[in-house]
Design a protein. Structure first.
Lengths: 276, 47
């Protein structure tokens, strides 16, 4: 990983904007937020921005396209067709034009410029891999059945400091979803490995939380802008899933159970040493 | 999830909605946004 991500923006003759970059979309709302950022910065209506359309879609092979390239490579090897020919068919990955002609689209391509105070050693892989960190705090309220050792979460509060919530509703949704997954990890989801394979790879024996297992989730978003982030944003991503399990373990400790491994199933709770 | 939400009566409150949707799994939302949507759709006077 080199700190040299690229992004491109194409402005068409009809006044539309096509931003794009090499990162694949993985369903966390980046498409919406990138469009918001472009629309806000350019001062154009949101519906004039199409993420990943036009030129940028061709210049940046997405993760899926990478897979296609890999398949091409394998196909070339097995069929003894020169890989060059196949690649030529797929088109060069960086055919970025920069025409500023009257009617041609305007194209801007930029690379990430590492701020000077961020130190990163590419060869030793040491330093500040991230320019800023988002922070979170989780509070879990739960009850334990003293007979069955079933744990029932009653309420979860997630406070997340993410720099700037570009789209507060999507950010809150990300935090809610991650919190629920974190609770599932804490209380029920156990991967059982047998001879190198997952032995319980079905939803009948690998149980994920249902509506009735998921307690009300309170989300509080705090914003302390990161000066190198877009509008101060740091990102949300995996942050919401990190804290809930630790909060559950602490809540169980508060309830008198010294749980040292997860998930905190009734079996584990039963054999957990009582907190002295 | 939508099919399970259809028969939920108008004016239903959260506990009833949770119960009605319990047979449907969702991995990413934590169900909260789904509740908000169903609550809004089942509000008295909503179309």
């Amino acid at each position: 990983v080199k700190l040299a991500s690229q992004a491109a923006l194409e402005l068409t003759e009809t006044g539309r904007a096509h931003p794009g970059g090499p990162a694949p979309r993985i369903g966390q709302g980046t498409r919406t937020m990138h469009a918001q950022i472009v629309a806000d910065t350019l001062g154009i209506p949101y519906d004039r921005v199409e993420v990943g359309a036009g030129g940028p879609r061709r210049w940046f092979p997405t993760a899926a396209d990478g897979g296609v390239a890999h398949l091409h490579d394998r196909a070339a090897r097995s069929s003894s067709v020169a890989p060059k020919r196949l690649k030529a068919k797929a088109g060069p990955p960086h055919a970025a034009p920069s025409t500023c002609g009257r009617t041609a689209p305007l194209v801007i391509m930029k690379s990430y410029q590492k701020p000077a105070e961020i130190i990163w050693d590419e060869t030793c892989y040491q330093g500040d891999a991230y320019g800023a960190f988002a922070w979170a705090c989780n509070v879990v309220e739960l009850e334990v059945d003293p007979v069955t050792f079933e744990v029932r979460p009653l309420r979860l509060t997630a406070v997340a400091e993410i720099g700037k919530a570009i789209h507060p509703l999507l950010a809150a949704g990300q935090i809610e979803g991650g919190s629920a997954q974190g609770l599932g990890w804490a209380l029920g989801e156990e991967v059982v490995m047998k001879e190198g394979r997952m032995a319980n790879a079905q939803l009948t024996n690998y149980l994920i939380p249902t509506t009735l297992d998921t307690p009300p989730l309170d989300v509080v978003i705090l914003e302390r802008p990161y000066r190198h982030g877009p509008f101060g944003a740091k990102g949300v991503g995996e942050l919401p899933i990190d804290g809930p399990a630790a909060a559950v373990a602490n809540a169980l400790r508060h309830a008198g159970f010294d749980v040292r491994s997860l998930p905190a199933t009734p079996e584990r709770l039963m054999s957990a040493r009582a907190v002295g | 999830m939508i099919m399970a939400a259809v028969p939920i009566p108008r004016g239903a409150r959260l506990p009833q909605i949770r119960e009605a949707l319990a047979g449907n799994l969702c991995r990413c939302t934590g169900y909260a946004a789904i509740y908000r949507a169903v609550l809004a759709a089942k509000r008295k006077g909503a179309r």
